[in-house]
Ligand binder design. Structure first.
Ligand SMILES: Nc1ncnc2c1ncn2[C@@H]1O[C@H](COP(=O)(O)OP(=O)(O)OP(=O)(O)O)[C@@H](O)[C@H]1O
Ligand SMILES: [Mg+2]
Length: 458
């Protein structure tokens, strides 16, 4: 039920409004005859919309608006005035009022105004939820040493304007790194424009990147800005740069060198302000050697390189990533949050994820959520092909350094033991044969195992 608060120093006026709003609009209505009383009421009642008289003795409408702003109270306010002085209404809107009406206006029009306000409020809340969800979904999760090193390198390059090349296997999180870099940069409110070189045919690709004038080629019926222009002072993300055809590579190099772009069919250069991030899962040096990628462009792009480590080099991240995906996927499906059992986690950590890295893990978690009836995902819910390969993995160490392998192994042992003991530190220390719980805490600190990181895992 919608609750409207009417504030007017003339009590009879407020009562009349209340009566009409109830009768015609079907709202619940409360009234107040002083600004202070209105503010007091807001504290105890969940008011959806306030109709506020601007002219009142003592604390007037403007004062009420200012107090609301100071208190960070976001109740939508419609001001009304009997004087017909619209200058004052506009001033009120500047102070945060959603709209204004004249006291003489018919009730139907007032109700329409209230409905508009409620609708706008609803949309705004929805956008806030979506943004929160987006934000939650798009930041790098994981605390392995390898990921921490990546984060450090990211902070180092985030605020410099030069191009950055992001390399890493398919599904390892390159796009996520690009988006995080954009957010951490100096122009995070400017656009983030992504162009996938692999997804577009050659002719279209160039016009997407550089724009075109009307009539530049058959079918160019309008003038169009390219991605460099669209990104403004923001970020242009060139995904799958290894797939860029040679002709486009030459043009791209020129744009990067001259910091200006010319639309196809034009000879008027436009300054480029965007920061360029490029990503590839190919070995660009090999591409250069094979003559498929221009060496000069490679040098231009590879001054700063960020390597996103494959998941098998940071298996301890599997725990944090799994809980993250469990939480987000269950929420998206509108399900009660499910949990991953300790031994299921062990199976996942025993797999090498080289096919599609984090993306593959996310898909596996999604399949497991669907496969499990209960609240706990157990080893039998792990897809068969992963179960089978996971067992074979235990001894294949690859060519990682002894130190890194040992840290990974220790972390796995500690996390698994904690998991078995419901993250009870003393009990886990006992199980592991450690002197006391302080020794385990010390080890946890060294390995960066944190209790808070376990959401959804126990
Ligand atoms: N560290 C991470 N934390 C949370 N989610 C991640 C992480 N890394 C990757 N993801 C998720 O995994 C999926 C794949 O990531 P992304 O698209 O960034 O990979 P990519 O390297 O660009 O892959 P491709 O080479 O196939 O384009 C996305 O859904 C992304 O949100
Ligand atoms: Mg990608």
């Amino acid at each position: 039920m919608t609750l409207v608060l009417v504030v007017d120093d003339v009590a009879a006026m407020a009562e009349q409004y209340a009566y009409d709003l109830k009768r015609i609009g079907g709202y619940d209505v409360v009234t107040a005859d002083e600004g202070e009383k209105a503010l007091e009421l807001l504290k105890s009642a969940a008011v959806d919309c306030m109709i506020l008289d601007l002219e009142m003795p003592g604390m007037d409408g403007f004062e009420v608006l200012r107090s609301l702003e100071r208190q960070g109270d976001e109740v939508p306010v419609i001001v009304y005035t009997g004087t017909g002085n619209y200058q004052r209404c506009i001033e009120a809107v500047r102070l945060g009022a959603y709209g204004f009406i004249d006291k003489a206006e018919p009730m139907e029009r007032v109700i329409r105004e209230i409905e508009t306000v409620l609708e706008r409020r609803r949309l705004r809340d929805e956008v806030a939820v979506l943004q929160r969800r987006l934000g939650a979904e798009s930041s790098l999760v994981g605390n392995s040493a390898a990921l921490q090193r990546l984060r450090e390198s990211m902070t180092r390059v985030a605020r410099i304007p030069s191009p950055v090349l992001i390399v890493g296997e398919s599904g390892s999180g390159k796009e996520l790194v690009a988006r995080d870099l954009h957010r951490a940069g100096t122009e995070r409110h400017a656009p983030f424009v992504a162009i996938n070189s692999a997804a577009l045919p050659e002719t279209l690709l160039e016009s997407e990147l550089f724009g075109h004038e009307r009539g530049a080629f058959t079918g160019a019926s309008t003038t169009r800005k390219g991605a460099f222009e669209a990104a403004g002072r923001g970020t242009l993300f060139l995904d799958e740069i290894g797939e860029l055809p040679l002709a486009a590579q030459a043009k791209l190099l020129r744009v990067l060198e001259q910091r200006q772009v010319t639309r196809l069919g034009s000879n008027h250069p436009i300054a480029v302000e965007a920061r360029v991030l490029a990503a590839t899962n190919r070995d660009l040096e090999a591409e250069v050697a094979a003559g498929r990628f221009r060496q000069d462009l490679y040098y231009r792009l590879s001054v700063h390189v960020l390597r996103v480590p494959p998941l098998r080099e940071r298996l301890s991240d599997v725990a944090d990533l799994s809980s993250h995906f469990l939480a987000t996927i269950c929420e998206r499906f509108g399900m009660r949050p499910k949990k991953l059992s300790g031994d299921a986690l062990q199976v996942l950590m025993g797999y090498d994820w080289s096919r599609n890295n984090v993306r593959e893990l996310r898909n596996v978690i999604e399949r497991m959520i669907i496969a499990a009836d209960g609240d706990v995902l157990r080893p039998e819910h792990v897809p068969l092909e992963i179960q089978e390969q996971s067992r074979g993995m235990a001894t294949a160490a690859g060519d990682r350094s002894f130190q890194a392998l040992r840290a990974e192994a220790e972390r796995q042992i500690v996390v698994a033991a904690l998991d078995r003991n419901d993250w009870h530190v003393t009990r886990t220390a006992e199980e592991l044969g450690l002197a006391d719980h302080a020794s385990l805490l010390k080890i946890m600190r060294r390995l960066n195992v944190r209790k808070e990181g376990r959401t959804g895992l126990d």
